[in-house]
Design a protein around this ligand. Structure first.
Ligand code: MGP
Length: 253
């Protein structure tokens, strides 16, 4: 699947209209054997087939992207839950921290959305995401935006807040989040949960957060008098992450 230029192109089953926008870079890797994998991501590589079931078909990742990618069964369950819980008037979903594409791929495969927009700031990571969507045969069903989500979403006249909802799986400040008994969402780096919520609240959002997130801080984000769901997504008897489903605050949304 790989060639000497590291520019994998999808074959059978993948998108045939794959183009060169956001081409793979030297930071994008497809590791075939454990010996090639940096020590700190070996644990994730060993779970590669539960992260992307089509890993062997040419999935690419940057080394940092391994820490934050959503395992495929969780991505599908989140996509299904969002599809059911979001008002039918919402026809566009924006994944504002798309990473290597796991969630955006699940949103596109769900068939629920007229438009799936994936925003990713790092050009190498968006190249991996676009490549990975091609492996799943759906890269052209996703609009790819290589930008900072705060610049893109704030006051963008192209975003109709009444028909758009947001999914946010932000960086949690690295794998060190595990050492906190209760994870502090106010000091999450580089963006606090509140900062992210402020960006999205008019449209409604689902926030993908550490399983140990402080529920009292999530409750403070809930619009007055509205019920919110916080769901733990589990694999093999342990939670991988929690998703807070926060309804829109805007009358128009
Ligand atoms: P983990 O805690 O690193 O792994 O990530 P795991 O398998 O629980 O390891 P264990 O040693 O505790 O058993 C668990 C899940 O959290 C990953 O599969 C990712 O989906 C998600 N995740 C981890 N990090 C560090 C991030 C992050 O920074 N951002 C986001 N959005 N998700 C993350």
């Amino acid at each position: 699947m790989t060639d000497s230029t590291n520019q994998w192109q999808p074959e059978g089953g993948a998108d045939h209209n794959y183009d060169d926008q956001y081409g793979l870079t030297d930071e994008c890797h497809h590791y075939d054997s454990l010996a090639e994998v940096p020590w700190d991501i070996q644990k994730y590589w060993q779970q590669r087939h539960s992260i992307f079931s089509l890993y062997d078909e040419g999935i690419y990742m940057t080394d940092d992207a391994w820490f934050g990618v959503t395992p495929e069964p969780v991505a599908h369950q989140v996509a299904s839950d969002l599809a059911q819980s979001t008002d039918p008037s919402k026809t566009t979903i924006i994944d504002i921290f798309a990473g290597a594409g796991g969630n955006a791929i699940a949103f596109a495969l769900s068939g629920r959305w007229e438009k799936v927009i994936a925003i990713e700031k790092n050009p190498s990571v968006i190249a991996c995401a676009k490549n990975n969507a091609a492996v799943y045969g759906i890269t052209n069903q996703i609009t790819w935006i290589n930008d900072d989500c705060f610049s893109y979403v704030s006051n963008n006249p192209d975003i109709d807040i009444s028909t758009t909802t947001i999914f946010a799986s932000p960086p949690w400040g690295g794998p060190g989040y595990r050492t906190d008994k209760v994870f502090n969402l106010d000091t999450m780096q580089p963006y606090s949960a509140k900062q992210i919520y402020e960006l999205c609240k008019e449209m409604g959002c689902a926030l993908f957060l550490p399983r140990t997130s402080d529920l009292r801080q999530i409750a403070k984000l809930a619009p007055e008098g509205k019920k919110i769901d916080v769901v733990q997504y589990c694999m093999e008897g342990a939670s991988k992450a929690a998703v807070a489903y926060l309804p829109a605050t805007s009358e128009k949304a």
